[in-house]
Design a protein around this ligand. Structure first.
Ligand code: ADP
Ligand code: MG
Length: 593
């Protein structure tokens, strides 16, 4: 349990600031995360690790010579926003390109992907290397769906060493992907982890039980078994990773026995005493093994075994020196480039808004809708988190609250400066995505931006324009997240909402009634997701555990749409729209199954 904190929602920021102060000789805090204190003496590929907080020393603790050039630091267990990833890349980039490397989670893929698009548009070479080492999270036939856990470290280490030695971007990426394809991890959890400020862990295990196949975001193991002896646990781990030996793999292994946060080093050494002989008996030479904490999960009690099959090009990179705040190996190359001064906080220029009077009046309704959403989400924060903890990482309530707090403040500030409805919503969407991170954050942010762009700043929308705006909201979310009906995501509530709203508006039903009926459909569809198995997002590996619980993102979406309906539809003229229905994606028959 976390005992030392002030405001729990500021915990990750304060921890990062403290870390950067302690290690100010090696790292420098920048908007979105941290980078090396010294600029490279000549252009080098910037290896940027990333993900949520709560995994120390991953990811910021691994910034330094021979390892990462920077880390993008999200909130606890929440992917950083695209804006954060972009800002860290701009701070770290030195002319030879950027590679983002991170565990395979939907929110990270979306946010780093959007940052990459923006960097590429500015002429910066950028690549992404995903880590997929967790053998428990998908079968070998779907290895690309696996999540990244402690194997993050091996992949980062190999890429960091390659970049330090002067490899170009394509080569660093090739080596990183190769290392990932040769890395396997299996873990188990003995006790769940607890968010700062929370009074209960994200999952619990019965006495004498262990969860096999842990995640690193407080996701419980895939199944529970009786707590084995150290010897039995070691045998279980070794047999599971060796069962996945890649074809043609060599006989030299990099090995990590990783503690998840509150497992003692002594316990790891006891386990090592089983693991190492079993691997050696299987014919392997163990190369510079690591036993300790490299990728943690707050205060979780648990352990994982990672093996990477080395070859002639990977082994020297695994063995190469590194010097970072949390990890040292050998004597690293001294950093000779210029020391960068601490960043000053950019104060964004206040842009002027152009809008006509009607749109400014409707902007006030939009601000009120954001404010009502803020109230509801604050009230619902706890139980939305509980829904997400069943098979996900428990952060949905907190992420939504962080997002809406930022969105409501940004929207109100824009309206006060004369923004029309379109600008209020785009500004609010950007603030939401930036502050919330995570999968839902980037999707809500992008959806609100699309709604704002669709409404524009010229006039009060009529019923058709609002329905078309909600279609734009929907299209942006399905376009980005690629979820389909039945995948058990927020899209399951969103599609019936938009379909019903457009149909009723097209039939000439009064807007307030049409919206209310559509919101009811969304509520029913959100409830009906309880019977589904998640096919997208963090809950996917724990699909069976999720059955019986509604999807958190669908639940919050339906709740929000219900709350904002009367506010957004008040005073809007009815009218049969032309064309709003064409914008509606066809709804597959199983959408509400
Ligand atoms: P994270 O999954 O990054 O922890 P949240 O917990 O805030 O983010 O949000 C989880 C919700 O995101 C899920 O309940 C689901 O509704 C939604 N979600 C996950 N993946 C997708 C996707 N690809 N498209 C649409 N929604 C998704
Ligand atoms: Mg979550």
């Amino acid at each position: 349990m976390t005992k030392i904190f002030n405001d729990p929602s500021e915990f990750a920021e304060e921890a990062l600031a403290g870390f950067c102060d302690v290690h100010s000789g090696l790292v420098r805090q920048v908007p979105g995360g941290a980078v090396r204190r010294h600029r490279p003496a000549s252009p080098k590929v910037a290896v940027l690790a990333g993900g949520g907080s709560g995994h120390y020393p991953a990811f910021a603790g691994l910034i330094g010579s021979g390892l990462a050039d920077g880390a993008v630091v999200g909130n606890i267990f929440t992917s950083p926003s695209a804006q954060q990833a972009y800002a860290v890349a701009r701070a770290a980039e030195s002319g030879a390109g950027v590679v983002f490397t991170y565990g395979n989670y939907a929110g990270d893929v979306l946010n780093f992907g959007m940052a990459s698009e923006r960097l590429a548009a500015e002429g910066i070479q950028v690549e992404n290397v995903l880590v997929t080492d967790d053998i428990a999270s998908a079968p070998p036939s779907e290895a690309e769906k696996r999540r990244g856990i402690a194997g993050d470290f091996t992949v980062f280490k190999i890429m960091g060493a390659a970049a330090e030695a002067g490899a170009d971007l394509a080569e660093v990426v090739r080596l990183g992907r190769k290392a990932n394809s040769l890395t396997r991890t299996i873990g188990s959890a003995f006790h769940g982890c607890t968010f700062p400020g929370a009074d209960a862990p994200l999952f619990t295990l019965n006495d004498g039980q262990m969860g096999l196949g842990l995640g690193i975001h407080g996701e419980p193991g895939l199944f529970d078994t009786d707590l084995p002896s150290a010897k039995e646990l070691g045998q279980e781990f070794v047999s599971r990773v060796l069962a996945e030996t890649p074809p043609g793999a060599g006989d030299r292994l990099a090995v990590i026995l990783n503690g998840l946060g509150s497992t003692k080093h002594e316990e790891l050494f006891v386990l090592w005493l089983t693991v190492a002989p079993l691997l050696r008996d299987a014919g392997y030479t163990l190369v510079l093994p690591e036993v300790g904490e490299l990728v943690t999960s707050l205060d979780m009690s648990g352990v994982s075994l990672t093996v990477t099959w080395l070859d002639d090009e990977l082994e020297p990179l695994w063995a190469a020196p590194a010097e970072t705040p949390a990890y040292r190996r050998g004597v690293a190359v001294a950093q000779t480039g210029d020391r960068s001064a601490d960043a000053t906080v950019d104060v964004a220029a206040e842009s002027a808004f152009e809008a006509d009077g009607d749109s400014r009046a409707y902007a006030v309704q939009c601000v009120a809708a954001l404010e009502a959403t803020r109230h509801s989400l604050h009230e619902a924060e706890g139980w939305l988190g509980d829904l997400d903890a069943v098979a996900g990482d428990g952060d949905h309530g907190r992420g939504m609250v962080r997002g809406i707090d930022a969105a409501a403040a940004a929207g109100a500030a824009a309206a006060a400066r004369g923004a029309g409805a379109g600008s209020v919503l785009t500004v609010a969407g950007d603030a939401w995505a930036d502050k919330a991170g995570g999968t839902s954050g980037v999707l809500w942010g992008a959806g609100l931006r699309a709604l704002g762009e669709s409404l524009g700043n010229q006039e009060t929308p009529d019923a058709g324009a609002l329905a078309a705006g909600m279609s734009a909201f929907t299209d942006r979310i399905t376009g980005l997240g690629k979820a389909e009906a039945g995948d058990k995501t927020m899209v399951d509530a969103l599609l019936p909402f938009t379909e019903t709203l457009s149909r009723l508006v097209h039939e000439g039903v009064e807007l307030g009634q049409a919206w209310a009926a559509a919101a009811q459909e969304a509520e029913a569809a959100a409830k009906a997701t309880a019977s589904l198995r998640p096919l997208k997002g963090r809950a996917r590996p724990l699909a069976e555990k999720s059955v019986g619980t509604p999807d958190p993102g669908a639940t919050s979406l339906a709740m929000i749409f219900t709350v904002i309906g009367p506010i957004l539809t008040a005073g809007i003229p009815a009218g049969v729209p032309s064309g709003a229905t064409q914008a509606i994606p066809a709804q597959p028959a199983d959408a509400r199954s």
